[in-house]
Ligand binder design. Structure first.
Ligand code: ASP
Length: 341
């Protein structure tokens, strides 16, 4: 029996063509995909196509879009063996992280992919990315999917989605997962890294449909003024701030900065500390004196979470109607393999 794969097209470079007048890239209708990818018909999987209209450049994604996507997967969950989502690369890591939180107890593959060059271009990377994603999504062993989690497939590698970030706007190798090994490497064979792939217990899928976007990202830099910090914390309705700190979680120790942080936390705000270092490692509060102060005033460690995963996790947790202490607790506990503690 062929595995049934729902191929959801949301937009992005992969399906773009040049606008005749402006010369800018814009999405083309998905019904043309067979013209660009006739070998789709040869795959050993039954592919069901669906466009999520309007097609978008992924810079336009937002929590409503993530929830809509999660609902689509939930709606077709029982009929399908796996899901492949064609998505722009720019915010693919955010969408992957968001889906991982919105789809609790997921036990089927949800693979996001896209491309750096449109499918209509001769040297496109989209062809390999789509075909391999479908093949992996349809790969079952002893009636169980090989990768029952939200992943990103790109340039011969499969990653845990909520561990990735886009780190290249030009090379085909667009994604990296610095703090978690690849789930599979694709050459002549697909080599699964089984020890690192989620092994879910068979429990019913739970769809979450609430996210709270009252958060901010505050990237620290030398010379950042107190005025700026203060205006971020004074944003009406702001419930949490992701502080992108230096190195292993360090921040300035000047009194006005620490007072602003403390005041915001004392008044019920949440500050999560993640590192600006993309290449590996995470926050270790107290390792240096500069971060010791942060722990004392109630800053929460985001450990080795990416900023992308932290955005999604915070919006998800804040949307669950939890109180601050619960949100802070869950922030520090891996919920979908998004952090190492
Ligand atoms: N701007 C495009 C997008 O993210 C880029 C891409 O697809 O690679 O939708």
């Amino acid at each position: 029996m062929k595995k049934k794969i729902l191929l959801l097209y949301t937009g992005g470079t992969i399906g773009m063509i040049k606008n005749q007048k402006s010369g800018a890239l814009e999405p083309f209708p998905f019904r043309d995909i067979y013209a660009h990818l006739p070998m789709l018909k040869l795959l050993d999987a039954e592919i069901i196509f669906k466009e999520l209209l309007p097609l978008i450049d992924s810079s336009d994604t937002n929590p409503d879009f993530w929830i809509r996507l999660a609902k689509e997967i939930h709606q077709h969950y029982h009929e399908m063996n796996g899901f492949v989502i064609l998505h722009g690369t720019d915010t693919m890591a955010y969408t992957a992280a968001a889906l991982s939180f919105l789809l609790e107890n997921l036990s089927k593959p949800v693979i996001l992919t896209g491309s750096q060059l449109p499918l209509g271009v001769m040297r496109t990377d989209g062809r390999e990315n789509i075909l391999n994603s479908i093949e992996i999504a349809a790969d079952y062993h002893n009636d169980k999917p090989r990768v029952p989690e939200v992943c990103i497939y790109f340039e011969n590698a499969l990653y845990r989605g909520n561990r990735t970030y886009k780190d290249n706007a030009e090379q085909f190798h667009a994604f990296t997962s610095s703090n978690y090994p690849k789930l599979a490497e694709i050459g002549i064979y697909v080599k699964y890294n089984d020890n690192y792939i989620n092994k879910p217990e068979q429990q019913p899928l739970i769809l979450h449909t609430e996210m709270d976007d009252n958060i901010a990202i505050m990237k620290l830099y030398p010379g950042m003024t107190s005025n700026l910090v203060s205006s971020i914390f004074s944003t009406p309705g702001l419930r949490a701030v992701i502080m992108e700190s230096f190195g292993a979680g360090n921040a300035p120790t000047n009194e006005s900065f620490l007072a602003l942080l403390k005041n915001y936390i004392d008044q019920g705000g949440i500050v999560v500390n993640v590192t600006q270092c993309k290449g590996g490692g995470g926050v270790e509060l107290g390792k240096y004196e500069n971060s010791f102060h942060l722990a004392n005033i109630g800053v929460t460690s985001g450990a080795d979470m990416t900023t992308e995963a932290c955005v999604a996790k915070l919006m998800y947790l804040l949307g669950q109607g939890l109180n601050n202490e619960e949100v802070k607790k869950w922030l520090q506990i891996p919920l979908r393999g998004e952090m190492t503690v």
